[in-house]
Design a protein. Structure first.
Length: 81
């Protein structure tokens, strides 16, 4: 399993929580439109929409199996604003 924690650019090295669970932290990746939506009070809408899109992307194009050299069963995504 992979947990992805996103904060307000970069990608940390995987932090092993156990032999089969890793935490990957993405830092500073909010784009201007996301920052503007948050500033105008659309944080909740952004969270729901971005969560769905990121989960789809991570499962289809995330390339986590190449990083870990093993099958990834699931990806959990957490967006902190």
């Amino acid at each position: 399993m992979v947990f992805v924690l996103e904060e307000e650019a970069g990608l940390s090295a995987p932090h092993p929580i156990s032999s089969s669970i890793y935490l990957i932290e993405r830092i500073g990746i909010l784009i201007q439109i996301e920052k503007a939506l948050i500033a105008h009070g659309f944080q909740k809408e952004l969270l729901f929409t971005k969560d769905e899109l990121e989960k789809i992307y991570f499962h289809s194009d995330g390339r986590f199996e190449g990083i870990f050299n093993q099958t990834v069963r699931d990806i959990y995504y957490c967006l902190e604003l």
